[in-house]
Design a binder for this molecule. Structure first.
Ligand SMILES: [Fe+2]
Ligand SMILES: [Fe+2]
Length: 198
């Protein structure tokens, strides 16, 4: 991996130490797993390996930030007020990228955007957005029904992997009578058709 991150003025060792002050060990391991999966996808789909590595490593940086702090960030940055009706699952990406920016001084729009949309996706996703979205779902530590199919799809088509993951997320939430964030529905509508053409 990379030894030094110029844009944050920090060595990898320093960054890993900082991340570990933010998240529990199991989540830290998951973040390393997403980094590895993201780098593999970046190699396969000719993405930027540096961006994939850093976005993967940082994507859940804000996952253990308190609800109170997220509400404060929504207010400070005057984000969409509807965000307040959601919770950590949505906030740690849609709001959490600002925590990454504030704490680490990272000002890389491509990476921050991939962190922002990593849970809910978006109607239009850049290559890095898709890489992180899918890597989060298929990293080696993941073990759930359907993960192997997602891994296979990710080898043949990143868009198909995005579609599959989104469909499974929609199914999962709907089966439990849980609300679905509008961006997830938008992602579903934008990508689902790719599962039908071969
Ligand atoms: Fe996440
Ligand atoms: Fe994650």
């Amino acid at each position: 991996m990379f030894d030094y991150y110029d844009e944050m003025g920090m060595s990898r060792a320093e960054l890993l130490e900082k991340i570990q002050t933010m998240v529990k060990p199991a989540r830290f391991e998951h973040m390393l797993g997403v980094e590895k999966a993201a780098v593999e996808l970046a190699k396969r789909y000719m993405g930027n390996i540096y961006s994939a590595s850093l976005a993967g490593l940082l994507h859940d940086y804000a996952k253990e930030v308190s609800d109170t702090d997220f509400i404060k960030l929504i207010e400070t940055y005057q984000l969409d007020p509807d965000l307040k009706n959601w919770g950590n699952a949505v906030w740690h990406g849609k709001v959490g990228f600002l925590k990454v920016k504030e704490d680490l001084g990272l000002d890389n729009a491509e990476i921050l955007r991939a962190i922002q949309v990593h849970t809910v996706g978006a109607r239009e996703m850049a290559l890095l957005d898709k890489i992180i979205y899918v890597a989060d779902y298929i990293e080696d530590g993941r073990d759930f029904l359907g993960v192997d199919e997602a891994r296979e799809l990710a080898k043949v088509s990143l868009d198909k992997a995005v579609a599959y993951e989104t469909r499974e997320t929609v199914k999962y939430l709907a089966a439990r009578n849980l609300p679905i964030y509008p961006d997830t529905i938008a992602t579903y509508n934008a990508y689902i058709k790719v599962l039908n053409n071969d």
